[in-house]
Ligand binder design. Structure first.
Ligand code: 2BA
Length: 107
């Protein structure tokens, strides 16, 4: 068994969750925050049998778009606030970890 941990944008999370449920997978949604952009994203956890991993990865991939985001970080230095030039980063589709599960129980 594997635990698939997918970090997706908030815009894509609803579609990913709906698709996984429609395909009879269990999913848990956690609100999360990206360390770099410090913006909200969503972390999805799905426990699946090994043979379903590639299907789940494809379902997530099909629902997630990569998009450009911009940050203009206020930089605070000796009580002066300067706004750095806006920085463009490409975010996603999805960042996915596939982890071995050594035990799984529902009690
Ligand atoms: P954030 O940390 O907010 O990162 C958003 C985007 O900023 C990243 O998109 C990447 O394009 C850029 N970025 C992040 N860290 C950077 C750095 N140190 N230098 C330059 N650019 C950087 P994605 O790679 O698609 O990541 C989207 C979100 O997935 C991340 O949001 C983070 O929440 C998560 N993530 C990505 N890689 C991860 C990893 N190795 N471990 C844990 N979480 C990860």
């Amino acid at each position: 068994m594997k635990l698939i941990i997918g970090i997706v944008s908030r815009e894509d999370a609803g579609k990913v969750t709906k698709t996984l449920i429609e395909n009879n997978f269990f999913v848990t949604k956690l609100s999360s925050t990206g360390g770099f952009l410090r913006g909200g994203n969503v972390t999805l956890m799905t426990g699946v049998q090994d043979e379903s991993v590639s299907l789940v990865l494809n379902l997530i991939k099909d629902c997630c778009q990569s998009r450009k985001e911009y940050i203009s970080n206020p930089f605070i230095n000796e009580n002066k606030i300067e706004v750095l030039d806006s920085l463009e980063v490409t975010v996603g589709g999805a960042t996915i970890f596939v982890v071995d599960v050594c035990d799984f129980k529902k009690v």
